[in-house]
Design a protein around this ligand. Structure first.
Ligand SMILES: *Cc1c(COP(=O)(O)O)cnc(C)c1O
Length: 398
């Protein structure tokens, strides 16, 4: 009888006791709204923003109601107007082109490479098409950020980074989200900190920060922010910036502040799991590991591998054989959107020319979550099962 995995791919760790106690304190106070403060009190959200800015080495930080709100707020704050093209990754998740659509923009997709990052040659070829790049570090893979910034800086293109999968990651020692003009993060349950829903943006730019804070719904209470520019920056933008209302509340902030302190350790825990799966899959016939560049410090909260050149039938066979043994793989090659997984040609509200290179990569792209509730032994077992099933199907092909 072959072994079967019984863990749950969607089960995260419990919220830490310290965070539960902080949440209860906020609920007992009744002051859940971020601007509902007692005299002299600094709100949980304002304190969280100051701590997050410090952790990221940013001048300014804003907490938002979701990662998607952080991205739309950033796009508006850097000046994306209705009808405007915005460069973005063809390989990403639905809230990324969705954020562009939310501000009335038009996604212009850039191909993905076999390393699962934005194709910088294709970016260079298309760079004249837009004034803003919404760069998605999809599944935590960082491209050569030095070359990307050179291309964008030379063309005067502003970079907004989607760091939903790179909170805690770094490029050459600098936190992910700090290379571009704005970095955006998510604290939704499946990301690297868990408040159910939530997000952040960080920037060093005073005008972008002031506009983002007003956009998020600060009214004229921006003086209560602790990671914000001075009043002059708000004076410059306050009459021209709409209030789009997308704040974080004190309850979520209370849940997040203790998690900020353990983020680094949690990232190490993810990477330990990632390395066990990666090692277990190495040298599997027909399977290609995605090698990580030396300059990249990643967070292995999920793992991807390629079945390059495989037929759709063979890929589906691997998926169903793994599923039968309790291993949930996602496949980005499916023409039909399934669960959280969809692809550029399913987002039909936006025009997309054929993306042959992306199609070829996605056709063989497998993806698996690694929640921290999995032990290292679990991870070794996952790798054994995938290795066995991929090998079996591969051998039956040749
Ligand atoms: C989750 C996610 C987002 C959006 O974050 P939410 O907090 O769910 O709105 C954006 N980009 C990517 C790549 C994501 O995975």
């Amino acid at each position: 009888m072959s072994e079967r995995f019984t863990g749950s791919f969607t089960q995260q760790e419990p919220i830490p006791d310290e965070a539960i106690e902080a949440a209860v304190r906020v609920m007992r106070s009744g002051r859940l709204h971020r601007y509902n403060t007692a005299p002299g009190e600094e709100s949980e959200v304002a304190l969280l923003e100051r701590e997050f800015a410090e952790l990221m080495g940013a001048r300014f930080a804003l907490a938002t109601g979701s990662g998607g709100i952080a991205i739309t707020t950033a796009l508006r704050a850097v000046g994306v107007a209705a009808g405007e093209p915005v460069l973005t990754n063809a390989f990403t998740l639905a809230p990324v082109p969705g954020a562009i659509a939310a501000v009335g923009g038009r996604p212009v997709y850039v191909e993905v490479t076999e390393d699962l990052v934005i194709d910088l040659d294709d970016l260079e070829a298309k760079i004249g098409a837009a004034k803003v790049l919404l760069l998605s570090h999809m599944r935590g893979h960082l491209c050569d950020m030095d070359r990307l910034m050179q291309i964008c800086d030379a063309a005067g293109v502003k970079v907004v980074e989607d760091c939903a999968h790179t909170m805690g990651a770094a490029w050459n020692g600098q936190a992910s989200g700090r290379q571009g003009l704005v970095g955006c993060y998510s604290t939704q349950t499946y990301k690297h900190m868990n408040s159910g829903e939530g997000g952040f943006l960080v920037t060093d730019d005073e005008d972008v920060a002031a506009r983002a804070i007003i956009l998020s719904g600060s009214y004229m209470l921006y003086g209560r922010h602790l990671a914000a520019p001075g009043p002059e920056a708000f004076e410059r933008v306050k009459y021209d910036t709409p209030n789009v209302s997308g704040r974080m509340d004190n309850l979520r902030a209370a849940v997040l502040r203790p998690q900020l302190k353990t983020l680094r350790r949690q990232c190490e825990n993810w990477n330990a799991r990632y390395r066990v799966v990666e090692e277990g899959l190495r040298a599997t016939p027909g399977l290609k590991i995605v090698e990580r560049p030396e300059a990249e410090s990643y967070v292995g909260s999920s793992i991807q591998f390629l079945l390059p050149g495989w037929s759709e039938t063979a890929v589906r066979e691997v998926l169903s054989r793994c599923a039968a043994r309790g291993v949930e793989l996602k496949w980005f090659g499916d023409a039909e959107p399934v669960g959280f997984t969809s692809r550029y040609d399913s987002w039909r509200y936006a025009d997309a020319p054929p993306m042959p290179q992306t199609d070829r990569v996605l056709a063989g792209l497998m993806d698996m979550r690694l929640p921290l509730t999995f032990s290292l032994e679990d991870c070794a077992q996952l790798a054994r099962i995938i290795r066995a099933e991929v090998s079996a199907v591969y051998q039956s092909q040749v």
